[in-house]
Design a protein around this ligand. Structure first.
Ligand code: SF4
Length: 245
């Protein structure tokens, strides 16, 4: 027998279950500072963390920060990031972001969402990831393909636009939890609530899950679909505390 719950009650139970399953959520993406996290997050659109981790050591060896990358050529950068896919647009965005961080922000990654989304290739999702992952700032809740799918299935939202989904989730979860809700849902999406064939028989949320499939369109927003969540800890160290992908 399903429990009939309000979205707020569902969110409370969801948070408790996710916290129990993932006491220390984090990711496998290697990043040691805000700039590296920003670059890695841009590269990870429609690419796996594991693949990005094979690319970034060479990228940061050649161009350690925005000032160095700003001097790179499109061709050189494309050559290094080729295996990430969509390398032409990713290279163009990364060069544009590096030049803007250098020229407008004094080589320092800005710490506001409003400033971050002025960088090429950075919209709300990436900005939220960088703000929480690098600085511990919760101003939004990054909605990627996992977060959107799981939120629909659990009955936490009926919205299709990622910004509207984010607004619903921000209203349901305490602000201090937003960054980790994202991390935990990403892990949960990889481990249990798969896009195809969710393991409902192994899921502690089955008693209250609405099991409502999300609409097919609009997934991922303008930054594209990213099945990855990457972060460094708020203290700036690379984090790798969660379960395997
Ligand atoms: S019961 Fe199934 S659909 Fe619902 S959250 Fe668990 S795995 Fe996902």
């Amino acid at each position: 027998m399903k429990e009939k719950l309000s979205p707020a009650q569902r969110a409370e139970k969801t948070l408790a279950a996710l916290k129990a399953r993932y006491p220390q959520p984090a990711t496998h993406l290697m990043a040691h500072n805000a700039w590296e996290l920003l670059v890695a997050t841009v590269l990870a659109a429609q690419c796996t963390d594991a693949r990005v981790n094979t690319i970034t050591p060479e990228l940061f060896r050649r161009w350690p920060g925005p000032a160095e990358l700003a001097e790179a050529s499109q061709e050189e950068l494309e050559d290094v990031i080729h295996s990430a896919g969509f390398y032409h647009s990713k290279a163009k965005n990364l060069l544009g972001a590096a030049r803007r961080v250098r020229d407008v922000f004094g080589n320092v990654v800005p710490q506001t969402l409003e400033e971050l989304i002025t960088l090429p290739g950075v919209a709300r999702k990436t900005a939220n990831v960088v703000l929480f992952g690098a600085f511990g700032i919760n101003v939004g809740l990054a909605v990627d393909t996992h977060v959107k799918r799981i939120s629909h299935r659990l009955g936490l939202t009926r919205q299709t636009d990622p910004v509207a989904v984010e607004r619903d989730l921000m209203a349901l979860f305490p602000q201090e939890e937003w960054g980790d809700v994202n991390h935990r849902m990403v892990w949960f999406g990889r481990d249990v609530c798969h896009a195809r064939g969710p393991r409902c028989d192994a899921c502690e949320m089955l008693p209250f899950c609405a099991r409502r499939e999300p609409p097919k369109t609009g997934e991922g927003g303008r930054e594209g679909r990213s099945g990855s969540r990457k972060t460094v800890s708020p203290k700036g160290k690379s984090a790798n505390r969660g379960k395997n992908a």
